[in-house]
Structures are given as structure tokens and as C-alpha cells.
Design a protein around this ligand. Structure first.
Ligand SMILES: NC(=O)c1ccc[n+]([C@@H]2O[C@H](COP(=O)([O-])OP(=O)(O)OC[C@H]3O[C@@H](n4cnc5c(N)ncnc54)[C@H](O)[C@@H]3O)[C@@H](O)[C@H]2O)c1
Length: 554
């Protein structure tokens, strides 16, 4: 069984990887991703233009990155660019994470399937006879690598449905059924939940369910019925996985929608991306009737939310969180922000969404590492919330790690309920809401000290939770039992528990230096949120600096 239970289709151009891939994904109820289009969306230009302006080596590098990203997903069908397997690193990534299906066809069939062969960069400039010889030559040169990687070799000269059924019948046990990623569980699709967040200026709903985006049946109410015009913000990979569904649901509601993509990752949560989004809004002549829809993880949500808060003094905003972290935490509560080179989330606002649509089905494709980062925020919220949610996380690690939709719904629901209750009491983060910053003073310092993008937010939070609990123990408000429970539960989900576990561990001095910039510093003293027990998290103003130094240097 392959690590991520993906199915990759490889083969020469024209063998039908995209058509078969899309049909296979539909047949197996999985998401489909095409690495060529991922390259184009990431680069913001066509493959032909990349070849012309940057050359083939630059394209191959981008292609290798795209394949590596696609391989990190779980349970998806991937159409891999024809020449990508020439790279040994790509072959290794495919070998580890996918069942690899090689599609074959004769050179004459391949030529016949290409509308305009000259549009393909590797066939550009050949006459019809020359094109056929060139296809034969390329096939010969790739024959060895194609046969080295293909776990299953399929004759793709037949109709698409036959090719798909042939692949399905030959997939190894478990790959078709999706042992690692549960197949869409139709029986639970409509057991949706709705949690109300009440704030002084009004209230909004958080819908939590399975199939909220993809299920078109009347049983799932369309969340976009009050949207006339939408500006969807997403990133290349999430847009490949979910944008069509979101567009379809907006279309059903009679809304016109355009989409703008931002780069993937924390590095892009900055004012440059904000400016590009403003430019797109201005260019497309959006006005105050437009609703900004954030489709993605916490980075997209924070960024799109900041744009919504500031463009024309505020646009309506809908969150569609697609990572666990975003579903359990960042999509609820109205904090939106971008980073400044000197600190995380330094430029921000409070701007609540008018609704949040959390489809746990989106979590099934999350790379393991991203998934466990979300668990870190869930553990934090549960530690604030009390024995019920914390015990659920302790006792259901196997179900949650297997991403059972019902367990995911329960976890997201529990965390949203805790956060909604706290935000309703303290919207502006001046009292009880500060307890949700548990572990975050350390986490932000770790992220700044390591450099954004080096350590993920979730990993930093996990280490931050342990540091906060160790400090609580040193200051005498917590006991060793609490530290053992916090450390154990984080370990169960594969999360780091000490700065030394991080990829490039920062020194204690670097962490301390970064802590001085944290927004939670007040009047020169460090204010810290510490857990005294499960369900008893306190904001402490009087922790001596020397104790923090001792903790980090111990
Ligand atoms: N506003 C708040 O209250 C709040 C709270 C906590 C964290 N945050 C912010 O959230 C951000 C971190 O969010 P994150 O962990 O979601 O990171 P992220 O948005 O970068 O997403 C992590 C990765 O998962 C990918 N991804 C997203 N959805 C996917 C899906 N369904 N399938 C496969 N891949 C998918 C993304 O493309 C990305 O590569 C940080 O910037 C942090 O500051 C904000």
C-alpha cells in the first residue's frame, strides 16, 4: 500500500491522462489534479510561454515542484505531465505516494489525438511527417523510465470508460476502496451541524458537514443564496481541488463569480498579495455589493478577510475553510491579518464573515503534515474548552488520524462551539478570548525566530503548548500530570513537543528576542496564557522574565 493512497497517471502526451484521470476520479469519488495546470496556475502563464520565455529547465523545475505537491495530497487522482518522470526525484515521489498507472498508445494514435501538435512545446516546428518521427524518438527515449515507474500498464487506445474500468479492476487491494482516506460516506452527508456565533454587531452561522460543497441535492441548502456577485480568493492547489464545486454552487444560486489566486503558503500572506487582490477588484470593477469568498486554509482566509475588511471600507465576506486549522480556528472569530517582515499578523483588523462553510470532505486530501498542524490548534482549543473535547481528542486519535468524517465533524463542531462561546463573550480579545492564545506567544516567537515558512504555524503551536504547560508547572499552577497529558496527546498526532524537534531549531536567545515583539507584551512585562488544568486556562501577568529564560535554556 502506498503512503498517500494516490493514483498517478503517467504516459506520453496524447495518451489521455487528463480525460482518463477526470473520469477515474469521478468513478472512485476522489479529487482530480493535473500537474500541468498546477504549473500554469502557479506560474501565472501557459506552459508554452514558460518554455519560450524561461526555457525547458525552468519548466522542469516547476513541474517537479508541482508533482511533489500533488504527491503530498491524500487519496487523489493525479495526471502527471508527460516528461515529468524523467526526473529521478519525481519518480521516487511517485513511487512512495501513488499507485502509478502507465497509459500507452501507438505513435499514430497519439498524433491523431493532438489537435495542433505544433502547440506542444516539444513538437513545435515539425511538419506532419517530422512530428510522427519526433513522437517515436521521444517515446523511445522515455521507454525505460515509463516502464520503470508503471505499477500497472494500461492500453489507452480504447474508449475512456473501458480504460477506467480496466484501471479500477487492477488497482491493488485498498487503493480503489481508499483504505487510508475514507470514501465519501453518503450515509452521514446530511448530518450537518450549524453553530451560531453572536457578536455585538449581529450573528452568523458556521455550517459543518460532509459534502456541503460537492453535494448538489436539495438536502444541502445553498449557502450562497444571498450573494449576487462573488470574488473568490484561493490558491493554485486548492482551486484545482475545490473551485469548480464552489463556482457550481454559486452558479446555482444565480451569483456571478470571478476568482483570483494568490501564491501558496505563509510567504504570500503579505501586503504585496493584498495589493494584487485590490488591483483585481478594481480591474473587475467590483463594488460594495461584492462578497469576498475565501476558499482555502488559514493563509487564504486571513488574507482575503483583510482585503474584505479594507476594500471600499469593507465588503461582505464568506469563509470556506479547507484545512483543519482553518475549520477549527481561523475561520471563526473575525481576526484577519497579514504579516509584516518584523512580525506575524501585525497588520490586521476584526472583520467577521457572514457565514462559514466547513465541509470536512475537504480535509480528506490534506497532506498528513498539514492535517496534524490543525490538530495542534484543536488540542489548544480543547484544552481551553474542558474535559469533554480534550478527552475526545485523547480517545479518538485513531479515528481522527484515519480522517473518519463523523469524527472530523465532531472535532470541528466541538472546537467551533468553544470558540463561538468565547468570541460571543469577548469579541475584541481583551478578556476571555485571550485564553485562546494559549501557546501562541511562544509559537509566534518560534515562527519569527525560524523565519516564516521554515516552521509551520501548527508545529509552532504544538511546541508552544508544551512550553506554556512546562512554564505553568514551573510557576506552580499546574502539575506533572497535565504536562504528561498535553505532551502525550501531541505525540499521538505526530506533533513536535520541543523547540529541538523543529527543522531548524532556533536558539533560546533567538526565541527570547522574538518574544519581545509579540503583541501580547504589555508595559514591558510579558503576559502569558498558561494552563492550570484541562478547562482552566489563565492569563498570567506576573511571570518573571527570568523564569521564561530558565525554561528556554533548560
Ligand atoms: N485568524 C485567526 O484567528 C487565525 C488563527 C489561527 C491561525 N491563523 C493563521 O492561519 C495560517 C495557517 O493556516 P493553515 O495551517 O491552514 O495554512 P495554509 O493556509 O498555508 O494551508 C496549509 C497548506 O494546505 C494546503 N491546502 C489547503 N486546503 C487543502 C485541502 N483541502 N487539501 C489539500 N491541501 C490543502 C494549502 O495550499 C497549504 O499548502 C497562519 O497564517 C496563521 O497565522 C489565523
Amino acid at each position: 500500500m502506498f503512503q498517500n493512497n494516490n493514483i498517478a497517471l503517467i504516459g506520453f502526451m496524447g495518451t489521455g491522462k487528463s480525460t482518463v484521470g477526470r473520469a477515474l476520479a469521478k468513478r472512485l469519488d476522489r479529487r482530480f489534479i493535473d500537474t500541468d495546470s498546477l504549473v500554469e496556475l502557479t506560474a501565472g502563464m501557459s506552459i508554452r510561454r514558460i518554455f519560450r520565455e524561461l526555457g525547458e529547465p525552468a519548466f522542469r523545475e516547476m513541474e517537479a515542484r508541482a508533482v511533489s505537491k500533488a504527491c503530498a495530497l491524500k487519496g487523489v487522482v493525479i495526471a502527471v505531465g508527460g516528461g515529468a518522470v524523467v526526473s529521478p526525484a519525481t519518480r521516487e515521489a511517485l513511487r512512495l505516494s501513488c499507485t502509478v498507472v502507465l497509459l500507452t498508445a501507438r505513435p499514430e494514435t497519439i498524433l491523431g489525438r493532438m489537435g495542433r501538435p505544433g502547440d506542444r512545446p516539444l513538437l513545435e516546428g515539425y511538419d506532419p511527417d517530422g512530428t510522427l518521427s519526433r513522437i517515436r524518438e521521444l517515446l523511445r527515449s522515455r521507454a525505460a523510465v515509463y516502464s520503470e515507474c508503471g505499477d500497472i500498464v494500461v492500453d489507452a487506445e480504447r474508449p475512456v470508460e473501458q480504460v477506467v474500468e480496466d484501471i479500477v479492476s487492477r488497482l491493488p487491494h485498498g487503493a480503489a476502496a481508499g483504505d487510508l482516506v475514507p470514501p465519501q460516506d453518503h450515509s452521514r452527508r446530511h448530518a450537518n451541524r450549524c453553530i451560531q456565533v453572536t457578536i455585538p454587531s449581529g450573528s452568523y452561522r458556521v455550517y459543518i458537514g460532509h459534502g456541503l460543497l460537492s453535494d448538489r441535492s436539495a438536502a444541502v441548502p445553498n449557502p450562497f443564496k444571498n450573494v449576487r456577485r462573488a470574488f473568490i480568493v484561493s490558491n493554485p492547489i486548492v482551486s484545482r481541488l475545490w473551485l469548480d464545486d464552489v463556482r457550481a454552487r454559486l452558479g446555482e444560486a444565480g451569483s456571478a463569480a470571478t476568482a483570483a489566486l494568490v501564491g501558496d503558503g505563509e510567504d504570500h500572506k503579505n501586503l504585496l498579495s493584498v495589493t494584487r487582490l485590490y488591483d483585481a477588484l478594481v480591474g473587475e470593477e467590483h463594488d460594495r455589493d461584492t462578497v469576498v469568498v475565501a476558499l482555502g486554509g488559514g493563509v487564504v482566509g486571513d488574507l482575503a478577510g483583510f482585503v474584505a475588511a479594507t476594500f471600499m471600507r469593507g465588503l461582505r465576506f464568506i469563509q470556506i475553510p479547507t484545512t483543519l486549522l482553518a475549520q477549527v480556528d481561523s475561520s471563526v472569530g473575525g481576526k484577519v491579518a497579514v504579516n509584516h517582515p518584523k512580525g506575524k499578523n501585525l497588520i490586521g483588523a476584526f472583520h467577521h464573515p457572514e457565514c462559514v462553510i466547513s465541509d470536512v470532505g475537504t480535509l480528506l486530501t490534506l497532506p498528513d503534515r498539514v492535517f496534524s498542524e490543525g490538530v495542534a490548534e484543536a488540542i489548544k482549543t480543547a484544552l481551553v474548552g474542558g474535559e469533554g473535547p480534550f478527552g475526545f481528542l485523547e480517545q479518538n486519535a485513531d479515528r481522527l488520524k484515519a480522517r473518519e468524517p463523523a469524527a472530523l465533524q465532531a472535532m470541528v463542531g466541538a472546537c467551533v462551539k468553544i470558540k463561538a462561546g468565547i468570541v460571543s463573550e469577548d469579541e475584541r480579545d481583551t478578556g476571555k478570548r485571550m485564553t485562546l492564545n494559549l501557546g501562541h506567544t511562544f509559537a509566534h516567537a518560534l515562527e519569527t525566530a525560524c523565519g516564516y515558512g521554515t516552521v509551520s504555524h501548527g508545529e509552532a503551536v504544538a511546541v508552544g503548548l508544551c512550553l506554556a504547560t512546562r512554564l505553568a508547572l514551573m510557576s506552580g499552577i499546574a502539575d506533572a500530570g497535565l504536562l504528561a497529558r498535553v505532551t502525550d496527546v501531541l505525540r499521538h498526532y505526530g506533533l513536535p513537543t520541543d523547540p529541538a524537534h523543529l527543522d531548524r531549531p532556533p536558539s533560546p536567545d533567538e526565541i527570547l528576542k522574538s518574544m519581545n515583539l509579540d503583541k501580547k507584551r504589555r508595559l514591558g512585562r510579558l503576559r502569558l496564557v498558561l494552563p492550570a488544568a484541562v478547562g482552566d486556562v489563565r492569563v498570567m501577568e506576573d511571570i518573571p522574565r527570568t523564569m521564561v529564560e530558565r525554561l528556554l535554556k533548560s
